[in-house]
Structures are given as structure tokens and as C-alpha cells.
Write a protein that binds this ligand. Structure first.
Ligand SMILES: CC(C)(COP(=O)(O)OP(=O)(O)OC[C@H]1O[C@@H](n2cnc3c(N)ncnc32)[C@H](O)[C@@H]1OP(=O)(O)O)[C@@H](O)C(=O)NCCC(=O)NCCS
Length: 196
């Protein structure tokens, strides 16, 4: 397995991996009627905005995982409001017949857009990382994180945050191992941060 920069041909795999890890790290395919709605919010806009911050875990046949994000969450908010969410809001103006409760929730997120949280402003970058089960537990999450942080340092980004559900203790343990600590606590999630 190797880690390499994002290539546009990875886009379909990003959507697929996002869905297969979208239930607190587990497969979410059964929970969604719309197989793209998670990726529309949590994966694709990031590679459209800052593709140089996306790295792919590749087993030489197909992508097994990714890390992606933005160096500047405030700019990400403005960019997505101009270039990403308007079209999707038209597309999801109405709920679809096959929508589940989860699809409805994701549709609400798309209608709402990215929310910039002032309490996290000292940590301007944020990220998402997802690896399929066959790539997990082999040190590759650490390597993806190192590649991502190195790319942020090149951009002189001072600090990085992420949000993780309390229902995903494995991911919380992973982030703590990577040096992140708690910067905010919410009802169902934590915001973790690290200075670069
Ligand atoms: C969370 C995730 C990115 C971790 O990547 P990984 O490749 O499995 O982790 P690594 O093998 O690189 O582990 C790195 C370190 O974290 C620790 N770690 C990883 N997963 C852990 C877990 N579930 N519990 C405790 N520690 C864990 C490892 O022990 C390792 O420590 P070490 O380097 O000191 O030995 C990956 O498992 C994943 O994608 N899970 C599903 C999707 C997900 O939950 N994403 C996060 C959403 S917020």
C-alpha cells in the first residue's frame, strides 16, 4: 500500500469510501437511500476546493482510504457557499421517495451548509479521514495524517481541528495517539485540535 496525491479519477472511490465508513466508522450503505449524499457533504467539496490537501491510500488496484480537508475553514465556508452548495440545494430542493432518516439529515446539512464555529477559529484547518476495513490498523492512518500535516505546514497553517462522534471511540483513540487534544465538547461529538 502506498500514499499518493489525489487524482481526479479517485472521485468515485472517495464517495464510495465515505459511504462505507459513514456510520461512526462502519458501513453506512444500508442507512442511506441516496448513495452520494454523504460524499456531497463530507468528501467531494474538499477536493474541489483544495485538491492538494487530499491524499489517497492506494493498494495499487484501487483506493482504500483518504484524508482530505481545508487549510482555512472560513475560506472553505465562503467557497462552498459560492461554488458548491447552491447547485446541490436545487438538486435536493425536495426530499426523494427513497429517502431514509439519515438522507433527510444529510439534506438538512446541505441546505444549511458548512458551519464555521468561532470557538475553533484558532485551529483554522479541518480534516476528514476514512480507511476501508482492509486498510485499517496497519499504520496507514498515521501516514495519511503525516502527509496531510506536512502539506498544511507548507501552507504555513498554524493549527488543525476535526470533529468526531462520541459513538466512534476507536477514532477518538487514534486522534489522541496522533497528538490531538480536546478543544470543545458538544452533546454528541468532540472537537479535537493540534498546533502545527
Ligand atoms: C480511524 C482510522 C483513520 C485510523 O487509521 P488506522 O490506519 O486504522 O490507524 P493506524 O494503524 O495508523 O494507527 C495509528 C495509531 O493509532 C492507534 N489506533 C488506531 N485505531 C485505534 C483504535 N481503534 N483504538 C485504539 N487505538 C487506535 C494505533 O494503535 C496506532 O498507535 P501507535 O502508532 O502508537 O502504534 C481508521 O481506522 C478508519 O478510517 N476508521 C473508519 C473511519 C473512521 O472512523 N474515520 C474517522 C471519522 S471521525
Amino acid at each position: 500500500m502506498t500514499i499518493r496525491p489525489f487524482h481526479l479519477s479517485d472521485l468515485g472511490a472517495l464517495y464510495d469510501i465515505c459511504l462505507r465508513t459513514g456510520n461512526s466508522g462502519k458501513d453506512a450503505r444500508k442507512l442511506y437511500g441516496d448513495s452520494e449524499i454523504l460524499g456531497h457533504y463530507f468528501a467531494a467539496p474538499y477536493v474541489a476546493f483544495e485538491p492538494e490537501l487530499c491524499f489517497i491510500l492506494d493498494n495499487h488496484t484501487r483506493p482504500l482510504g483518504y484524508i482530505l480537508g481545508t487549510s482555512d475553514s472560513r475560506r472553505y465556508l465562503h467557497w462552498t457557499e459560492q461554488h458548491w452548495f447552491p447547485l446541490l440545494r436545487q438538486r435536493y430542493a425536495r426530499e426523494r421517495e427513497n429517502f431514509t432518516q439519515k438522507d433527510r439529515y444529510l439534506r438538512e446539512l446541505i441546505l444549511r451548509g458548512y458551519v464555521f464555529k468561532e470557538e475553533l477559529a484558532e485551529y483554522p484547518a479541518h480534516l476528514h479521514i476514512d480507511i476501508l476495513p482492509e486498510g485499517q490498523g496497519r499504520g496507514m492512518g498515521r501516514k495519511l495524517m503525516e502527509a496531510f500535516m506536512a502539506a498544511l505546514r507548507k501552507k504555513n497553517t498554524p493549527a488543525l481541528h476535526l470533529e468526531v462522534g462520541l459513538s466512534n471511540p476507536g477514532a477518538i483513540a487514534f486522534y489522541r495517539r496522533m497528538g490531538f487534544s480536546t478543544i470543545a465538547e458538544y452533546e454528541k461529538s468532540l472537537a479535537l485540535g493540534i498546533k502545527l
